[in-house]
Write a protein that binds this ligand. Structure first.
Ligand code: SF4
Length: 446
């Protein structure tokens, strides 16, 4: 690398969608001749790709941006850009500009494809600016270069935006209406990723199950898309996220059941086990219809495992509501739960609800929920001891020299003693040990 090479650092917060969008920003920067660095002192451009899903995430990001004040003073040529969901929220660009006048570019979720032009503009004019659009041409976003950075994993968008307006969620306000990508473009991208050696394809959307709802005749259904992805040649796994229970169809369950590539794992966020709270959340399903889906999926798909998201302490949640959540967690038996304390988001319907729950109660409930889940997850892990599973080896073990980490079809992390050259391979592993969230084992056949 030449001594004068320009370097970039992208700091990504939040969900997989953001991780993939940072890969697109990296693609633009690399086309412009920048190379990546992890060292902020070496960077010529720093991009904060932000998240707005929870107040704690926002506070952390705002604090992290503030840490760049002194660096910017030392190096006035450093370009600082802020994008992502936080930038798109009403009033936030102005707040950021006022609080941190050293930020050079603030741009919104619909301006991603314009980032290269924004950077050139800043370098040429030396002027700071804000660019926030309310809509975008998704063809421009589809044409963006990308630099995949997640090892054997390729993330592929199938939809952008969300129409669901769950009452606690800011996403539809900052990501806009749901738009589906044409099936042909998705299949082309899958083939390209598989051709380039990626072994795990994850189809991304805020609600993958509503793929095609914007124009059924043009796009077809999610089940049809999954089937087409499954028919792409090659040895690879297919995952998808996130799956809204209200739109999960029998067809999707049947496609998973009859496929060899689609993983037997479903992340199906329940959010609460109480019908009253689900209605207040505007989730449009009941605990009964949810349990029905779990039952159908278990019947149709061999050895399927589930994970879920749960919000504790939604406004007006009583002890009885919470006990219903604990009950559904026990009934389903999730191998993993992503648990959150309700966080008020400005501009959402739930923000205006009476009956906010004191933080001491929220903390106590989440502690009880985690305790229950830990027992369940440990039991699920232990049932795999002695079994032989197919594992995709993904990376070196962060702590154990000579070991690799991989994943099972049902999305459990597993450590295996193996040579680095096997990263990206599928191997058969006998499980010898099980902990709460991870398994370990030995290769029995390569
Ligand atoms: S489905 Fe609900 S929780 Fe998910 S992004 Fe859309 S509004 Fe938010």
């Amino acid at each position: 690398m030449s001594k004068n090479a320009k370097r970039y650092l992208i700091l990504t917060y939040g969900c997989q969608m953001n991780v993939h969008e940072s890969e697109k920003l990296a693609g633009i920067l690399e086309e412009m001749g920048y190379t990546p660095t992890d060292d902020r002192n070496q960077a010529d451009v720093v991009v904060f790709n932000t998240c707005a899903i929870r107040e704690t995430a926002e506070q952390k990001i705002i604090g992290n941006i503030g840490e760049f004040k002194s660096l910017k003073r030392k190096n006035p040529n450093l370009v600082l850009a802020v994008c992502g969901c936080m930038s798109q929220q009403s009033g936030y660009p102005e707040m950021l500009k006022k609080r941190y006048s050293f930020i050079d570019i603030i741009f919104g979720t619909h301006n991603l494809a314009e980032f290269g032009n924004f950077l050139k503009r800043r370098l040429e004019t030396k002027k700071k600016f804000i660019e926030i659009s309310e809509t975008e041409d998704i063809c421009l976003r589809d044409a963006m270069p990308k630099k995949r950075t997640s090892g054997v994993n390729a993330w592929i968008n199938i939809t952008y935006g969300c129409n669901n307006f769950c009452s606690y969620c800011i996403v539809p306000y900052v990501r806009g209406k749901e738009v589906s990508r044409p099936k042909e473009a998705i299949i082309r991208e899958v083939k390209e990723a598989v051709g380039n050696g990626y072994k795990q394809i994850t189809l991304l959307g805020q609600n993958v199950n509503s793929y095609g709802n914007d124009d059924r005749a043009k796009f077809g259904t999610f089940a049809e898309l999954l089937k087409a992805v499954d028919e792409v040649d090659g040895k690879f796994r297919i995952r998808f996220m996130t799956s809204h229970p209200k739109d999960l169809t029998d067809d999707v369950i049947n496609v998973i059941a009859s496929s060899k590539k689609i993983c037997h794992y479903l992340h199906l966020p329940i959010q609460s086990g109480s019908n009253r709270i689900l209605a207040l959340m505007n989730r449009k399903y009941t605990r009964e219809s949810y349990l029905d889906l779990i039952c159908k999926a278990r019947k149709a798909i061999n050895d399927i495992e589930f994970s879920s998201d749960i919000i504790v302490g939604f406004p007006t949640e009583t002890e009885e509501d919470f006990l219903e959540t604990l009950d559904i967690v026990k009934q389903v038996g999730y191998q993993q739960l992503f648990t959150y304390v309700y966080s008020k988001r400005k501009g959402t319907v739930a923000e205006k609800l009476d009956g906010q729950i004191p933080s001491s109660i929220k903390k106590e409930r989440i502690k009880r929920l985690i305790e229950v889940e830990h027992q369940i997850a440990t039991q699920i892990s232990e049932k795999y001891i002695g079994k032989v599973l197919e594992v995709l080896l993904e990376d070196v073990h962060p702590k154990k020299e000579g070991w690799l980490v991989g994943s099972t079809d049902f999305n459990k992390t597993i450590s295996v003693k193996a040579d680095k050259s096997l990263i990206g391979s599928f191997v058969m592993v006998k499980v010898t040990n099980a902990k709460l969230t991870t398994l370990s084992g030995e290769i029995v056949e390569e």
